[in-house]
Write a protein that binds this ligand. Sequence first.
Ligand code: BG6
Length: 467
Amino acid sequence: MTSQTTVKTLLILGASGDLTGRLLLPGLARLVATGRAKGLKLVGAGSDPWSPDEWRDRVHSTFAEAGKHDAAGAKALAAVERDTAYHQLDVTADGPLASLLAELEGPVAVYFALPPHISQKACEVLHPGQVPEGTRLVMEKPFGSSEESARELNRTLLTLVPEDHIHRVDHFLGKATVLNILGLRFANNFLEPVWNREHIAKVEIIFDEDLALEGRARYYDGAGALRDMIQSHLLQVMALMAIEPPATLGERDLRDAVAAVLRASSIKAPYKTSTRRARYTAGSIDGRQVIDYVKEEGVDSGRNTETLAEVQVDIDNWRWKGVPFILRSGKALGDQRKEAVVTFRPVPHLPKGFSGVDSPNQLRIGFGPDTLELDVDVNGPGDIFSLDRATLNAQLNASDLLPYGEVLEGVLTGDPLLSVRGDTAEDCWRIVEPVLKAWSRDTVPLEEYDAGSSGPARWSGSVPAAQ
Ligand code: BG6
């Protein structure tokens, strides 16, 4: 990526909110400190009546941390901090946001760090003529709440700016480990010939978190694990695992390849077989007591929100037909398992005379710690004709940016490579929507698991075997 920013002003809407403090400012700070956002102006806007000093304090506390051990970085951060401004604004009213946009030095990137319905309203009240040329619109997840609403939101956005100026954020696309999938797959000739249905039995993408609700009931209870993690992040990771080799890492080539995989993907009925869902009850994780999900403040037990979801996605194309892609994510699990696991088919014939265990080889890509592990069967030890399992390990390289920093760099340099394209955003809803409907009709039982366990006992911590 280039380091030339095309954006002059980053306007964060929802500047006083949690996302800005927890993720956006730290991501931006690292980017600024590494000298990759030279001359950028940062403007915050929010509905809270913050004084300029309150906003500057918020920026300062994050920036000071990022510049602690780096004098040049601290200087770059101080420059952004000095010029930053805060505006109290009702973005859903017709007028104020447009007036602010007209005042700011362009091109401006408008980051909607707001609840989705407010972002949508804010876009609806903007008129095309009020959005200066070159403006970039940055939308947080969830992008819509169904295929139809995502399409509607896309329509609204496209009246304001062209598609390549819309950045639908999925911070997993900014995770170094996820991007490492591309290098691993396309820079190693030994992998490509076996990366298909002939040699791969199943692919699992697992993101089991030990975090519980963490006070996020207002958002999470209306979302659940399937919408929160699988509809967005894990489908993106799956697509990178499954894409055809792109000619370049340009946004057009890569995003076309991702879109082609997702277009071929679906979760097939009967959903009782292809999906499972569960909700945690009280338990303890590393000595930390966790209460029943339904007793958490703000949770409505009648909503039957799942905190653990697992689905089998089928990719109906030449390369992947018949290979199950199992996507699973959950909260309050005892074991933080965050990895993509590729299980290869067994050898067609093991020469007679070998003893010991010959189990299918697995390749595992760990998402934090960022690792690569390849299981191979080897001879010995001791009896040289007895097989044993060895694991080749590599540490994957980290990025000097945080995931939000990677994504923001794309926004500021005008490269939508790490942003979700409009058609893909709609497709991800198309894939999960039938499941959401089936679950809302209780076609699939909502199971329970103790917080701190590895999921419902019946699941026994493993995903269904490949067919
Ligand atoms: C967020 C989800 O998008 O991703 C959270 O809303 C989840 O529920 C988080 O915990 C996981 O991402 P990370 O980068 O914090 O591991």
